[in-house]
Design a protein around this ligand. Structure first.
Ligand SMILES: *Cc1c(COP(=O)(O)O)cnc(C)c1O
Length: 341
């Protein structure tokens, strides 16, 4: 949304630093829990329509802390194959049995759920983990189908909206809100570091689950609270995102996405997110392509193993509401010259 450099948030952060200084001084459970953190948590919970929320110093900390708090040996955690490293690390650290299903493959997810039901006993827990918009492919999870399966099998669901929050759904609330299925998701995770333009991670859930995280999430307990000025700026960003200015920027972003795709002739299906992977072949070709774009003044990172599978290196295009028509046309021309799809 072009928020990280925008005047409104620069001013909000300057004011917050003047009001509350640069550091929080301690972890949340000692004496680092400040008004700015509580206000941010109230704001994000209200936006997401949950009873409560908990903020972390990053999305990575939110993922590892939450999975570690919810799961232990004897539980089962089931992840989409393309889940972000933070979710995989959290799942591994938790000690729960780990099952991976092929990307967006509902039948295989169901067979893992059946396997889990056989395996867990008594108070054992099964948690399904997916992203709503996938970070390297920019495609969406079949969330409605996943919610249905999770309900049918009495499991829990965590959805990471890192790349959907701010740009999809009413007021930028994310894909779950766009589909109207938030009630079927036990934990809605996200980050303030992407569309929100600041820093920090969050988990929205009911009060009992948030209380569990406060008492068990190690990345929350044993890490200094984010600076209050950062939390206050994130709150300002959320207000902006849900309001008129956010709407204006979302509209501009989606117009930019449509323009790029149209110029590239990619109009077969509607765009699913602001991320467009551009596959150019092997890793060397991806690196060379990124370097040649850089020479033309275009910053398009090459993504390769281990961030994506071997052999699926690509350029990862992430458009912003701040890009203008001329920049997008320059990019499209350069991509056509490089080749790929
Ligand atoms: C970026 C990202 C994270 C990590 O968030 P940070 O705030 O950058 O630590 C977690 N999950 C997904 C899907 C992401 O894309």
């Amino acid at each position: 949304l072009g928020l990280a450099g925008c005047g409104i948030l620069r001013e909000a952060m300057r004011e917050a630093v003047d009001a509350c200084g640069t550091g929080s001084g301690s972890s949340r459970l000692i004496c680092g829990s400040l008004g700015a953190h509580h206000e941010l948590e109230r704001t994000i919970a209200e936006l997401k329509g949950t009873q409560a929320a908990l903020c972390f110093s990053s999305g990575y900390a939110a993922a590892t802390g939450t999975l570690g708090a919810l799961l232990q040996k004897g539980d089962v955690v089931i992840l989409d194959k393309l889940c972000h490293a933070s979710l995989i690390d959290g799942a591994r650290l938790s000690g729960a049995a780990l099952r991976i299903y092929p990307h967006n493959h509902l039948e295989k997810l169901e067979s893992h759920l059946l396997w889990a039901a056989q395996r867990i006993s008594g108070s054992g827990r099964t948690l399904v983990v997916t992203e709503s918009v996938f970070s390297m492919d920019g495609d969406r999870a079949p969330l409605e189908g996943i919610v249905r399966l999770v309900e049918d099998h009495g499991a829990m669901l965590l959805v990471d909206e890192a790349h959907a929050f701010g740009i999809l759904g009413p007021g930028g609330r994310g894909l779950a809100a766009e589909l109207g299925i938030q009630h079927g998701i036990h934990l809605q995770m996200g980050t303030f570091s992407k569309a929100v333009g600041v820093s920090g991670g969050f988990v929205c859930a009911d009060r009992a689950l948030v209380r569990l995280l406060v008492n068990r999430a190690r990345s929350f307990i044993y890490s200094t609270a984010p600076p209050p000025a950062v939390a206050a700026t994130a709150t300002a960003a959320l207000r902006l995102i849900e309001g008129h200015e956010g709407e204006r920027r979302r509209k501009q972003l989606w117009e930019n996405i449509a323009l790029l795709r149209q110029t590239l002739g990619e109009t077969a299906a509607p765009a699913q997110s602001a991320i467009l992977p551009w596959r150019v072949g092997g890793e060397d070709r991806a690196l060379a392509a990124a370097a040649s774009l850089r020479e033309e003044g275009l910053l398009v990172p090459a993504i390769r193993y281990p961030t994506v599978a071997r052999g699926s290196a690509r350029l990862r295009i992430a458009l912003s509401a701040n890009h203008d028509r001329a920049q997008i046309e320059t990019l499209a021309t350069a991509l056509r010259k490089i080749g790929g799809s």
